[in-house]
Design a protein around this ligand. Sequence first.
Ligand code: TEU
Ligand code: CA
Length: 545
Amino acid sequence: PLERQWWHSSTVYQIYPRSFCDLNGDGIGDIPGIISKLDYIASLGIDVIWLSPIFKSPMDDNGYDISDYRDIAPEFGTLADFDLLVAEARRRGIGILLDLVVNHTSDEHPWFQNSRASLDNPFRDFYVWRKPGPDGGPPNDLQSTFGGPAWTLDETTGEYYLHLFSRRQPDLNWENPKVRAEVHDMMNWWLERGISGFRMDVIDYIGKQVDQGVVTDGAHLHEYLQAMNRETFGGRNVLTVGEAWSATPASALLYSGRERQELSMVFQFEHVTRQWDETYGKWQPKTFDLVELKSVLSKWQNALADDGWNSLFWGNHDLPRAVSKYGDATGYPVESAKMLATVLHLLKGTPFIYQGEEIGMTNMPFSAIEQYRDIETLNMYQLHVDAGRSAEDFIMGANANGRDNARTPMQWNSAAYGGFSTVEPWIGVNPNYASINADVAMSDERSVWNHYRQLIALRKSHPVIVYGKYQSWLDDNKDVFVYTRRQDRDLLVVIGSFSAHEVSLDVPEELKVSGNCLISNYQPIEALGETVVLKPYEAFAILHR
Ligand code: TEU
Ligand code: CA
């Protein structure tokens, strides 16, 4: 039987602190800025905030390279600011998730400074060191996600160290029980400060078996997660979500199965990677295919129907803006953003909203590589150009799928820099800030923001949305997503058109029902007959009892 958890009916809001709100006028978002926007977040109905990393860091990867796990990056504020944020959020019924980045640290972390100092330093085995290969080169051909070999030679000791991300993000050696103990200790230190859980960065990597070339789903991965659960958050009623790009429905059940004592849920990315080119990955976007997207979403809904739990998201700080990726940011920005919200938030699972998604923020039309900030984009640009690919082609790919699309400053109002800061921010502001911003959104009851607010409230008032059995319909229809949720006498029919044209839909016999229209992005529809003609990106949900 499914034991009910508080986070089953919660909605999580992800903040990328660097780009959320700058209160001290240095062009970089900060914690006092977040505190100043808690009423905005609370009025949306949010239950939990996930903060991308706020810890001390040289910011090589904007904080995903941590040099001190127990202090706040000065550009974001102080520990006192953080404690105030936790208290002020709790006062509004909002919990704080921290981003646990423990597959690797920054190369400026004292552990690594020690580890690289000498072969016999006590911290040597906190990281993954190997002798050069027979040709004097890297020990094996593991590659970094950010381009190039995953090994860098350290002159001092003449050995290579592993970094599956940037060379300034050395991988911790999780086979070392001292590493695991230090991580557990640090996690408890933060749990004692009143946080509500963790988002766990590339957690599928921590069981890596380097000499076998195994990076994800290593032999000890779930053993480490069960130990982490036992030693830290297990006894507390907190939320844990593991980022696992490698997750499959089968492995997701290992991470989030109710009897597993591991995590609450994982972020899986199959709906993202299916849209990537086999050779160039995300830098060569494929044309959008709704039938494929629906089949992936249905697969995951069905796989975790009776055990485990899904996370639901379109975007995050690594992904392009939802309305640009899956909707129609030029033709029907408001209708398609609302449609995307509707079809995602009425699925079974916990929805995650990425900052700005709730006001329909769009991708950023950068035209030159100099405007980009993301280390992944800059590294891959260099590799593509060195390999003879045209800069224009790469920029087109970065415009479509680059991570900086999600990292332009949050748009608060029509003042300079979108009200994010009083000075030129660390990255360009989207030129559409005067029309797409929180002020405009909150004052317009037909706004994307209000549509999200309604969806978040619906989840709290209708158990069929939280626990209803999912069934997809018309799977081969290339324009429309149709699914139902069923619980006791409640039948929820959800329909969303992904087309910019009018679409006539033949309604399946079982769905010819009438009821209460819970939400719609045009006029409410209360009954379904033989056919229904859907306007561009029309979406609605009918609750039939
Ligand atoms: O991302 C994991 C990760 O692999 C992504 O970088 C993804 O593969 C890539 O963006 C797709 O092109 C996590 C964090 O979310 C990301 O921001 C960090 O850069 C990365 O780990 C390293 O900590
Ligand atoms: Ca600031």
